[in-house]
Design a protein. Sequence first.
Length: 380
Amino acid sequence: MKRIKNVKNTIVFKLILSIILIFIVMTATSNYIIGKYQEKRIQDIGEKIVMEETNKGNKDYFIVLEDSKLKSTKEIKNFSLIVIGSTIALGSLVYYFLVSRSLKPLKELKEKVQEIDIDKVDSEEKIYMEGQSQEIEELSLAFQKSIDKIYGSYAREKALSSSIAHELNTPVAVMKSSLEIYLMKNKVEDQELKELLDNFDENIDRISKIIESLLFLNRRENAIARKFDIKDLVEEIVFDLEDLAEEKNVKLISKLGSREIYTSDILLERVLYNLGKNAILYNRDGGLVEFDFAEDDENYFIYVRDTGLGIDEEEKEKVFDLFYRVDESRNKKTGGYGIGLNLVKNIVEKLKGDIKILDNQDDKGKKCGTIVEVILPKKK
């Protein structure tokens, strides 16, 4: 059992002392008020008797008032109950104030922990609260040590993944350019060789996309929030995806009106681009992809609807896991490696938002694809 260094600096000691002091003050106060009231009643009764005896013409008389009978009167009982009830209520309010004040550092500690951003390794705020009560000081110190370990481990992993991505980026770029130069200089007539080279080219592109995603994950914290028109952003994404949509025979529509919002346009663009691309790749022939927008007092809601095969209930949470793929055969055809949606979820969380996958339904209520709902908080 850990020895308490300074008992007087603990919350428990302060609360116990507060209870004792409040009890003493309440008892003394109530007894004093009740005593004063009894004295006043005795004086009033005595004066009343004197007046009555004087009116009767009696000059000599002796007055005896029994304290026990006086206390047993209904009037004194009611007054005592009112005084005791009032002092209890007042004491409770004082105790509530003292407890709230004692626990205020705990609330501050909670807010500091909630504000921790794992991506801001170099500018993390110290949460150790020196000089507070012993419990708060020890708890904040334990949090600080744990956070320091987490920051250290995360920084090493982040640096390692970034270094690996950068190291891979150069040879992959060389392989891509070498292959393109070879295909430009040589006319490949052998069908098997042509298929092999096409396969090389396709897989080099996939590796490049993985490297790009890893690098984006490592630099996403540098994005700055600003005001921009969400309609313009979505229209740019629709323009970028038009060729892919035409290739897959999918109609791409933006239903957004002009609306200025405040968030990181760089991060949000990556989110909506990835969602739009997924909606096209996993759609049916002749399908539809729609971008839509709504808002309330607290949040922005951005929707990406498709008319594809949809996602089973048990798969809806798993699709955001790194390298998770719903259907291996479908992902081989589309070139997916299970990074896009994990990146999307990471970015949305970075923006303090949430993302949900819902079922798209037709006019008859029949399932006809997927709706991805991105929820972003409005900045106060």
